[in-house]
Design a protein around this ligand. Sequence first.
Ligand code: ZN
Length: 190
Amino acid sequence: MRSHTATLPYPGEVTTPPFPTPTAAEIDVVSSQLGRAARGVIGIAARCVCGNPTVVATAPRLDDGTPFPTFYYLTHPAATAAMSTLEATQVMPELAGMLEEDADIAAAYRRAHEAYLADRAQYGDVPEIDGISAGGMPTRVKCLHALAGHALAAGPGVNPMGDAALQRSSWSPERCACVDPGAARGDSGE
Ligand SMILES: [Zn+2]
């Protein structure tokens, strides 16, 4: 059933909760990727081949009280740029059409939504975002960044729209495009 995802260019390693506490070096890399201080990062949910984060897990309520629905947040600049490029093409209506026409994909997408909420719920209930996941799930395709972030974290075969976006992406976690490869390991000494 999942054989069609076997060739996706990212690892099938599942990195859903619980996560090890991020190191200072990892948080530093995320902050430099975002161009601002990382907020509410509770785990590194996916990585580049060099070890740097590509997706962070973010607390559903930030320290200042703000509800934050996007539990799996794509941080890698090359990845976010690739998703923005895709969003500007005909990929959005194409993916929406897949959802409309294929009941199996629609059902898988709903399961992805439920898995997303279940992962996030392990870090507390936030009534303001109850039942709200990200990226347009469970019935729309609105943000490829959020959907690809979930697919990278959960591994192939969980989020069909995120998988489809990554299949079409010029960026891959298997080809390092980091500014400072391996910096998250914090042991380069350079
Ligand atoms: Zn890298």
